[in-house]
Structure formats: C-alpha cells, structure tokens
Ligand binder design. Structure first.
Ligand code: E4P
Length: 218
C-alpha cells in the first residue's frame, strides 16, 4: 500500500519525504486555505519536493469551469492529479480529462455506486472518505473494501485511495482492505512509528549495554 500525505504544509511534506515514506500528496481547498498562500504557489512548491502524484482540487462546479481549471492546474507540473468532486458535472469532466491524459482523483466518494461512476469515467484515483462516513454511523472501511473488490472484479485501472483517515487503526484497516493507497495526515503517519514495546526494548538494550561498560561501537 502506498502512503500519500494529506496536507498542503511543505514542512510536513519535506519531513515525511526525508523519511522515504512519501508516495504522493493530496490536498483539498480546506488544506490549501490553511497555508495562507496562493494556490499555485503552494502546489508548485509541493511538486518541487514530491515525485509522486500531487492532488489539487478544482473549485468550479460546472463541467466547463472544471475543465478550464483542471487543464490550467495540470499544466503547472507533470505529476499533478486534478481532484474533481463526485457530481454529474464532475463525472463528465473526468471522462473528458482522462481522455486527454490528465490524471483525475475523484473525491468525496461515499457510496459504491459513486465509486463505480468514477471508475467508468476513467478516474485514475478514487477517494472514499472513511472518517466522514464513520461520523455518520456508517462503516467507512467497508466501503473501501467494496471499492477495492469492485476494481479487481471488473478490471478497472483506477486506484482506491482510503481518505479521511483519522488514526492508526484506519491505516491498519486500509492495509487489510487492500487499498492501493492511504492518504494520511502528518500526525497519524508519525503515530505509526510508535509502540510502547519498541520504546521499552530500546531502553532495556541501552541499559544492559551501558551496565556492561561496552562503550562506543566506533
Ligand atoms: C482526501 O483527499 C481529503 O483531502 C481528506 O482525506 C479529507 O479528510 P478529512 O475528512 O479529515 O477532512
């Protein structure tokens, strides 16, 4: 499973990239707004660091507007995937953009039929939002598993991004569900390193080494 970082913060992106964990980045209008910089400036800065796909979302709600914005945004860097919301206008735009070779990440997916529409429209990435579904009392991870099964069953080329991840358990469940990608907030990625037994193990190894007076390895 690939890791995308769900942020527009360049500091976080550089840190995770330096750890060798970064396969791509997803942003959305909220995450872009949080950085208090121009959209293009933020996206180009991210693309200068990240080799993998960087998702940048359109704000137009009609097909023509989406097409204009998507083609413009896609021209900023060759690894941009344009994020398009799951609406009839979005599906139409996705079909056209995909036929032009522009990668589309269809976003705000909350049901299996929506995921099927996205796949049929040629979306390279399909983003079911786990956390937001969980918030409504539905099992978000079940949708991810169903989407993955559908992609395999019908031989679509799309990749499922488990999105709206709220913690390490969602990452575990994304792996188990066979998600191609999980897009994860910075704090959750850093949390994945942590285990109390790891900390305790390091502590006891150091103590034993030092008590034996073994000194430096070098
Ligand atoms: C995905 O691409 C979205 O940016 C993101 O995962 C939304 O997550 P949220 O529900 O935590 O805002």
């Amino acid at each position: 499973m690939k890791f995308f970082l769900d942020t527009a913060n360049i500091g976080q992106i550089k840190e995770i990239n330096d750890l060798g964990l970064l396969d791509g980045v997803t942003t959305n209008p909220t995450l872009i707004a949080r950085e208090k910089k121009k959209f293009r400036e933020t996206v180009e800065e991210i693309c200068s660091v990240v080799k993998g796909p960087v998702s940048a979302e359109v704000i137009a709600l009609d097909t023509d507007g989406m097409l204009k914005e998507a083609r413009f945004v896609a021209s900023w860097a060759k690894n941009i995937a344009v994020k398009i919301p799951m609406t009839p206008a979005g599906a139409k735009a996705t079909k056209i953009l995909s036929s032009e070779g522009i990668k589309v990440n269809m976003t705000l997916i909350f049901s299996l039929p929506q995921a099927l529409i996205a796949a049929k429209a040629g979306a390279k990435f399909i983003s079911p939002f786990i956390g937001r579904l969980d918030d409504t009392g539905q099992d978000g991870m079940e949708l991810v598993a169903d989407c993955v099964e559908m992609i395999h069953e019908f031989g679509f080329d799309s990749e499922i991004i488990a999105a709206s991840i709220r913690g390490p358990l969602h990452v575990v469940q994304s792996i188990q569900a066979g998600a191609h990608i999980a897009t994860v907030p910075y704090s959750t990625i850093m949390g994945l390193f942590k285990h109390p037994l790891t900390d305790r193990g390091i502590e006891s190894f150091m103590k034993d080494w030092n008590n034996a007076g073994l000194g430096s390895i070098l």
